[in-house]
Write a protein that binds this ligand. Structure first.
Ligand code: ZN
Ligand code: ZN
Length: 651
């Protein structure tokens, strides 16, 4: 018999094979392809146009894995159409290095055996009320949002709801935005459930991935905690998906296969017809819109653990309190911080900039250090003794001659966390300090540092946005935002929303054990209304305003955006092609086309970049019309086109 087999490659359709084996839709098979053998899946439909030029080859074997469920095949078809990704590439996300793992059995699964312990954790009245609302689902698809202030015990509520699902014999998936959190989170899980969940992210070993993949496909593993990619695991009996920190923009995969894992999780739940819970302190604007439209149900936790109050806010106007030259911490802040340190409070200085200085130039020849591959300044990292491009990883030494005479004489303009750290050490020489950024916290030693912070052996932290991501530091009761600059939102339509999320998450790190806490904002900005808005205890006020702005300007979530980025090494040719492409799709695509314009980072990794933006009604027609026309446009060799549906970054 003839069977359609989808293969994990760049083709958007299945290939036709012959088979003597009894095969059904969803079966995993091995087939010959060119000179190699590939793993594929029996798909639900043949390729539309029949390619008669090829001799039909025979399926080599069937793999011992439970067949892929039909509704997952439907999900992958939809995923491919929505994100404009070839079907084969969608299948590739589900396989493990393009393979299916034949049934593994035995002792390796003992560690995941469910043995739910009776826990003594008593939920509060409020938590019970939320749980009740969350559990109204009858096992069918629905989206529920659990909104609760940081530290209000949201995790316990959704753990309880997951427990019920596991007790009914189903599998569960918990998505987390940051793999750095999975360790702390896994312990919390084990403490509650009494058994080990499988942890899935890019950093785990191949052997472990094989064990987990097979365990999921055969239903011997019940719970997965994972990053974006765990969404594509071949669950046999998935009963519930939980997306923790649903607002977090790292759910968007920006490179390679571009998709938003939160949105795709909702879609998978819908195809599987199972409930999904979104967890957040401040919902994303899309989720908020869906709550308002009653598409999603909502429950709210308003009380913090131990009735801890949210931190107070104080704005420190830098126009009134003069900073000394080469100094970024005001006298007023120093006084305040001293009082906190006397009470044994931990203090965090927050600045979202890695390294020592973002801009280095010579005062004799005036030339600055910029990346030879990207149109961006190099950042000076004093500890590593080099200048670094944060986009392509280019490195160079701080050592240069002026064109005329002798060595360059450098000026370091503006601070990064390393520079603030130096200043802090000068002001508070007896205190233990540490920098908390991806440069310092991605190492083996970071667990040790975490421990010290938790035990208050380190009194002052200097951190980037990494610290806003769900860490629990019991003594942190004072946060100084070194420079809140909200004017730099520029081209980014999500700038305001991003700031709201960042500062809300950041302040949520303070005052977690009931002691009074304060967040100090240093700013030159006289219009402090924006700060008051984003620090309001009720984030809905801000979200309502933001939603109104989006509505008035026809921005997402009221319209769909599709970004197109065209890259190439020859600037003149690229610009010409970008205009040609626009002319080719204009009038054919369902939507209005803006651009082409130079991308804000015009040169990245040696490539020039032009952007187009298509905006239109939220309908798959937009993607379909674009996919049809793109297929007929041929760029010269070396020019690459990337499609980003629902873009979040506008670099
Ligand atoms: Zn670069
Ligand atoms: Zn010079």
């Amino acid at each position: 018999m003839k069977v359609p087999i989808l293969l994990p490659n760049i083709f958007n359709y299945p290939f036709t094979y012959n088979s003597d084996l009894k095969l059904g839709v969803g079966d995993y098979v091995v087939v010959p392809f060119g000179k190699s053998k590939l793993t594929g899946v029996v798909w639900d439909d043949f390729e539309k146009k029949n390619n008669k030029n090829f001799a039909i080859k025979k399926v080599l074997k069937k793999i011992d894995v439970p067949p892929l469920k039909k509704n997952i095949i439907k999900f992958l078809n939809w995923f491919s159409e929505y994100n404009m990704i070839p079907k084969g590439m969608a299948l590739k996300l589900l396989l493990l290095s393009s393979n299916a793992i034949e049934r593994i059995s035995g002792k390796v699964y003992d560690q995941f055996k469910i043995d739910i312990k009776q826990n003594k954790i008593e939920l509060s009245k409020e938590q019970k009320r939320c749980l009740k609302k969350m559990n109204i689902s009858n096992g069918k698809f629905r989206v529920h949002v659990l909104q609760g202030t940081t530290g209000s015990g949201k995790t316990m509520v959704y753990f309880e709801s997951l427990k019920e699902i596991i007790n009914k014999g189903f599998q569960g998936l918990i998505l987390l935005p940051e793999i750095g959190l999975t360790g702390q989170f896994q312990n919390k899980f084990i403490e509650f459930f009494g058994f080990k969940p499988a942890v899935w992210h890019s950093g785990i070993t191949k052997k472990n991935k094989e064990i987990i993949w097979s365990g999921i496909a055969n239903d011997t593993i019940k719970v997965v905690i994972g990053a974006r990619s765990s969404l594509f695991l071949p669950f046999k009996k998935l009963g519930l998906i939980i997306v923790d920190e649903e607002h977090d923009q790292s759910y968007k995969q920006d490179e390679g296969v571009i998709y938003n894992a939160r949105d795709m999780a909702i879609s998978r739940a819908s195809f599987e017809n199972i409930p999904i819970n979104l967890i957040t302190a401040v919902p994303s604007i899309e989720t908020y819109d869906n709550i308002k439209k009653s598409k999603y149900s909502l429950s709210k936790l308003n009380q913090r653990y131990l009735n801890a109050a949210l931190p107070n806010y104080e704005i420190i106007n830098l126009n009134n309190t003069k900073l000394e030259s080469q100094s970024w911490i005001s006298k007023k802040v120093i006084e305040k911080v001293k009082l906190h340190l006397e009470k044994n409070d931990q203090v965090l200085f927050f600045l979202n900039r890695r390294g020592f200085s973002p801009h280095v130039l010579c005062k004799k020849c005036f030339s600055s250090y910029s990346c030879p591959n990207c149109s961006i300044n190099l950042v000076y990292h004093k500890k590593k003794q080099n200048l670094l491009c944060h986009y392509c990883g280019y490195k160079t030494l701080l050592n240069r001659d002026c064109s005329k005479e002798g060595k360059c004489d450098f000026i370091f303009s503006g601070p990064g966390v390393e520079r603030i750290s130096e200043e802090v050490k000068k002001i508070f020489p007896t205190k233990q300090t540490t920098i908390f950024s991806s440069d310092t916290m991605n190492k083996k030693s970071s667990l040790e540092i975490l421990e010290k912070i938790i035990n208050n052996e380190i009194q002052i932290l200097i951190g980037t946005q990494l610290i806003s991501k769900g860490f629990h530091f019991p003594n942190l009761n004072c946060i100084v935002v070194v420079d809140i600059d909200l004017s730099s939102q520029g081209h980014d339509l999500r700038g305001a929303e991003k700031n709201l999320q960042l500062y809300h998450q950041l302040s949520g790190r303070a005052g977690r054990t009931g002691k009074p806490a304060t967040v100090y904002f240093q700013t030159y900005n006289l219009d402090t209304k924006m700060i008051t808005d984003i620090t309001n205890k009720d984030p809905d006020i801000f979200l309502d305003k933001e939603l109104e702005i989006r509505r008035e300007n026809n921005l997402p979530p009221f319209q769909r955006f599709i970004a197109i980025i065209i890259t190439g090494s020859n600037e003149t040719e690229l610009e010409k092609e970008a205009y040609k492409f626009k002319g080719f799709i204009e009038g054919v695509v369902e939507g209005k086309i803006l651009g082409p314009v130079d991308a804000p980072i015009f040169r990245l990794k040696k490539m020039f970049r032009f952007r187009l933006l298509i905006r239109g009604r939220k309908s798959l027609k937009m993607q379909r019309s674009l996919a049809n026309v793109i297929a007929n446009f041929k760029f010269p060799a070396g020019i690459k086109l990337t499609v980003d549906v629902d873009p979040i970054n506008f670099n």
